[in-house]
Design a protein around this ligand. Structure first.
Ligand code: ADP
Length: 478
């Protein structure tokens, strides 16, 4: 408890909130309180919007080159501090340090990519049908952006929103998840150091529902961008309706991972392990269901079990750790519930299945279940933990139908060496992202987002900046 640091929130270029009640931030690997952050509410939410609103005029009037230069400075500072940010992230979130530093690089990719993209917000002229008219199309920033982010990627979920928002000329108010606010506050500190003007980026912590409601109701907030559960996404979507805000939602997923009989088995195993166990299975594009062609299920499961048994679970700060703790006790309970349900319905444990009782922290064994059927909870609900259910299929049409039989549509994976099949299956999948022989598809330059109840809008690439731009058509009569 000795070095618990009391953090402050960042509004209008000031570090404030010291008089607010503290929220404790704990290290999931040890259960220790490592810091506190202020429990902000409506008042802080409104102050932050006011600051962002006031800053919008001058920020949006800067040239794209000026905004780009400041974002590049921020990016350079993030790069210089990546070990420090990575360590902070591991302490508040749990993921292994190498993954945390990898996330900082990925997160920073959005800042540098959009610093470049700021200069490419092109408009258009359209040939008019009338000889004395000209049609000019301009893109303009939407205004104040509110961003609400989850705990599983404490840096990347912020920069994926704030990089394009600031590049487009918007200003922003951000509320990170209560479990992982420290990475967010560190990013804000570096933005300040980079010279991003006061009010352009504001980061507050606190009562999520109250802050969310204040931002939903505020007509000065013109865009709401959220990553998190489908349940909260629906609440925000309804709330945004009253003031007809633009909205982007990146919600839950239930990714199928399909292994055809002609797949390269070693490649498929290596990728499914990376896809499933990265961040201890706590990502929205994590594999949730593995469909293996019935003719290869035995060699596949054998190789898979051997690979999973090599994974080392432990404190993310320790060298050689592959899987850190889960975020909290509820996360452990959910994995246990899914395993109990599956084993009661005939599922068999190939490896794992239990909590690791080390006396501290929320660790769970990486688990593989076989003899799985489609009625099990784990085949329908996001486990958000290190549990991999494996089932079999007979043919292409069947597996596409079963893979699509979910309200979600974020990521899906297909492993095959047959090009015709690869194209047929990827076209048949109702998913926003398809990893074709690729278990790790997330990159800053590609559009990330889901079909169906997995969300609205896209983050990343040139698609991502469009979400923060309005289209203005100027009709000119000569
Ligand atoms: P998760 O299951 O990943 O924690 P949530 O959707 O609960 O997903 O949380 C994602 C983010 O949404 C967090 O920052 C959380 O504080 C915030 N949040 C949760 N409930 C609400 C709400 N009712 N209104 C606004 N934000 C919310």
């Amino acid at each position: 408890m000795a070095d618990v640091q009391n953090y402050r929130i960042y509004i209008n270029g000031e570090w404030t909130g010291e008089s607010l009640e503290p929220i404790e931030v704990t290290n999931p690997a040890t259960g220790e309180v490592i810091a506190t952050v202020p429990r902000g509410g409506r008042s802080e939410a409104e102050q932050a919007v006011q600051a962002a609103y006031d800053a919008f005029k001058s920020w949006s009037s800067k040239t794209a080159g000026e905004r780009s230069e400041l974002l590049m400075k921020w990016s350079r500072l993030i790069d210089e501090h990546k070990e420090e940010i990575g360590e902070l992230m591991t302490r508040e979130q749990g993921k292994p340090l190498k993954e945390a530093i990898g996330e900082v690089d990925y997160a920073n990719g959005f800042v540098s990519w959009y610093a470049e993209e700021a200069k490419r917000v092109y408009g258009e002229t359209i040939p008019a049908s009338h000889p004395n008219k000209r049609i000019l199309v301009q893109k303009q920033p939407v205004g104040v952006v509110a961003a609400i982010t989850p705990w599983n990627f404490p840096a990347a979920m912020i920069t994926r929103k704030i990089g394009p928002a600031l590049a487009a000329g918007c200003t922003a108010v951000v509320k990170p998840a209560e479990q992982t606010p420290l990475t967010a506050l560190k990013l804000a500190e570096l933005a300040e150091e980079a010279g991003i003007p006061k009010g352009v980026l504001n980061v507050i912590t606190g009562k999520s529902r109250e802050i969310g409601e204040a931002w939903q109701k505020d007509s000065r907030v013109r865009k709401l961008t959220f990553t998190g559960s489908t349940e909260v996404g629906k609440i925000l979507m309804k709330g945004a309706a009253d003031t007809v805000k633009k909205i982007s939602l990146e919600l839950g997923g239930h990714a199928p991972f399909i292994v055809m009989d002609d797949a390269d088995l070693d490649k498929a195993v290596q990728n499914v392990v990376a896809s499933k166990f990265r961040n201890a299975g706590q990502t929205c594009i994590c594999t949730n269901r593995v469909y293996v062609h019935e003719s290869i299920v035995e060699p596949f499961t054998e190789k898979l079990t051997a690979a999973v048994e090599k994974l080392k679970v432990g404190n993310g700060l320790e060298e050689g750790t592959d899987i850190g703790p889960l975020i909290n006790e509820e996360a452990i309970e959910k994995v246990q519930e899914h395993i109990e349900d599956a084993t009661q319905k005939g599922g068999k444990l190939a490896t794992g299945g239990k909590r690791i009782d080390s006396g501290q922290g929320t660790f769970f064994e990486p688990t593989v279940l076989t003899d799985v059927s489609d009625d099990m909870l784990c085949m329908n609900e996001e486990t958000f933990g290190p549990l991999m259910p494996v089932t079999t299929f007979k043919d292409e049409a069947e597996v596409i139908q079963r893979a699509n039989n979910t309200p979600y549509g974020l990521a899906a994976y297909v492993f095959t060496e047959n090009i015709g099949r690869a194209i047929r299956i990827s076209e048949g999948l109702e998913y926003g992202i398809v990893g074709l022989n690729d278990g790790l598809p997330s990159v800053p330059q590609a559009p990330f987002g889901g079909f169906k109840e997995s969300g609205l809008g896209r983050e990343g690439g040139h698609y991502g900046i469009e979400e923060f731009l309005e289209v203005k058509y100027v009709s000119i009569a000569l």
